[in-house]
Ligand binder design. Structure first.
Ligand code: AMP
Length: 415
């Protein structure tokens, strides 16, 4: 009886400690001003026209929710890496594009803090949108300055973080500002979706779970590998990372990319995987080339018998067949990093084939997440964006999440 009561008290304490993190759906924004951190760090051409509006599109549902509730939206973002005030990094260049995407006229404040910003916010009516000038025109932004964050906090009633791309930075607008909204802070739609997708793979993924890690270097992926070995059933290793593993196992890799000082680490990963019951799938054959050049002579060859003067630049046909089967047998798939030098047409085949395999598995009901850097670029370039379950919008933020780190921007909403 005493133990029952004790257990009950412990459970109750745990429940009280657990505070559910709020999303925009927990708020009604009627007559409220939402201060929304968006990631409008979009690419511009030489005429300052937006060449890829993905990030603006991604923020749209959050902005629309605020407006439809009868609130107004104050949008803050950075653009590029300006050194002080630099006209080419001004967010006024994207005002028309934001208005086009959201379908509402967008006002602009030529400073993100101070009198000008405060007056523009004071004049904002329900249903209206205001875009603030580049946060990084003030060095206090990246320094995470509390005074600057307090200035920003004057510009809204509710703080909404919808910028996954900068959630791994403890900047004033992404993290510090949240402390000035103890009860009125939440994730936007996009951030909630990103967190949900990562959780669907790393926390609640349906088995078998397969991670595909490609790209150039073991050293840049090692923390991810260590974190996911406890969570996945299969680990497919491809791209340039392959050759460090093959050489460490005694294979002949010719002139292929290799990190000699990481060979021991590679063997250690293989050992850890065996101990944890994770199946490692490495390429068995590659497309070898006699130069790092799209016009090089090529032939398929065994991954561990690449002659000097040749280097593996893409996955070979047998490898792709093996990977295809593993992918099709998976219920949850994570993809980070290309299988070859996909920027060169003649070495893009492996990455495209992998995209097809993941698209087919997704069609069959698997959950697939593509995240982090070059795999996102590849997925977009080859048109797989709408054939996978989710494509992450954050490069560094995604990689740090996969490494198992708690991102400061996410933690700040939960505190
Ligand atoms: P990462 O940023 O680590 O994901 O690496 C992506 C880069 O890896 C891309 O630019 C690819 O061209 C490169 N890559 C993939 N496979 C190879 C390979 N076999 N040899 C050299 N580079 C590769």
């Amino acid at each position: 009886m005493v133990t029952h009561v004790l257990n009950f008290i412990i459970k109750l304490k745990q429940l009280l400690k657990f505070k559910r993190v709020k999303t925009i759906n927990d708020f009604n924004f009627e007559n409220k001003k939402a201060l929304i951190r968006v990631d409008f760090n979009v690419p511009l051409d030489e005429n300052y026209k937006v060449t890829d509006d993905t990030r603006i599109q991604a923020a749209k549902p959050t902005i629309i929710k605020v407006l439809e509730d009868g609130g107004s939206a104050v949008l803050m973002s950075h653009l590029g890496r300006p050194k002080g005030i630099q006209e080419e990094f001004s967010l006024h260049h994207i005002v028309d594009e934001v208005a086009d995407v959201i379908g509402v006229q967008v006002k602009f404040a030529a400073n993100c803090v101070g009198q000008e910003a405060e007056e523009a916010v004071a004049q904002l009516n329900p249903g209206e949108v205001l875009l603030l000038e580049n946060l990084r025109f003030h060095k206090e932004e990246t320094a995470g300055d509390a005074g600057f964050a307090e200035e920003l906090s004057k510009l809204g009633d509710i703080y909404v973080n919808d910028a996954f791309g900068t959630a791994h930075r403890a900047h004033a607008s992404t993290t510090i500002v949240a402390q000035f909204f103890p009860a009125n802070k939440c994730f936007g739609n996009l951030l909630a979706k990103e967190i949900d997708s990562i959780d669907k793979v790393l926390k609640s993924g349906e088995k078998p779970i397969t991670a595909v890690l490609g790209g150039s270097k073991v050293s840049s992926k090692i923390t991810i590998i260590e974190n996911i070995l406890d969570k996945v059933d299969n680990l497919i290793i491809g791209g340039g990372m392959t050759y460090t593993f093959i050489k460490a196992q005694g294979g002949q890799i010719g002139d292929s990319i290799c990190e000699d000082d990481k060979q021991e680490l590679a063997l250690n990963i293989l050992k850890q995987a065996e101990e944890k019951g994770v199946q490692i799938h490495l390429p068995v054959d590659v497309i070898g080339a006699d130069a790092f050049d799209n016009g090089a002579n090529t032939k398929a060859m065994s991954v561990d018998a690449i002659p000097d003067g040749w280097q593996g630049l893409d996955a070979g046909p047998e490898t792709l067949k093996n990977f295809h089967q593993v992918i099709l047998d998976s219920k949850t798939i994570l993809w980070n990093g290309p299988l070859g030098v996909f920027e060169m047409e003649n070495f893009a085949n492996g990455t495209i084939a992998l995209g097809h395999s993941i698209a087919e598995a997704t069609q069959n009901g698997a959950f697939s997440l593509v995240g982090g850097g070059d795999s996102v670029a590849a997925v977009k370039q080859f048109g797989f964006g709408d054939k996978v379950s989710y494509v992450s919008t954050g490069g560094g933020a995604m990689l740090e999440s996969l490494e198992g780190k708690t991102l400061p921007g996410i933690a700040a909403i939960g505190n």
